[in-house]
Design a protein around this ligand. Structure first.
Ligand code: ZN
Length: 89
């Protein structure tokens, strides 16, 4: 069982289980959605997007297309163990 504290950002929570993983997916919500981009199945584009603060996509699984053309990150951007299901730019 994970002893990690819940993330400080509004997180996705997909796959949460009271017994084994009460937090679930730690992916941050995509603006305008209640899931992280890993669990959104639609195409999502961040072309030219400006991320303020840190952006974390740890273990993200992109099931749709994701684009980051000219996206700007003012903090650190973490893409550990990202898996893609479609196009990745
Ligand atoms: Zn998620």
């Amino acid at each position: 069982m994970s002893t990690s504290p819940p993330p400080s950002w509004p997180h996705c929570g997909q796959g949460a289980d009271p017994g084994t993983d009460p937090i679930g997916c730690r992916g941050i919500h995509v603006p305008g959605h209640t899931m992280c981009l890993a669990h959104l199945t639609c195409t999502i584009w961040f072309n030219g997007a400006q991320f303020s603060g840190d952006a974390r996509f740890d273990s993200a699984r992109f099931t749709g297309k994701a684009g980051f053309d000219r996206a700007q990150f003012s903090g650190s951007a973490v893409f550990n163990e990202v898996r893609t299901g479609a196009d990745w730019r």
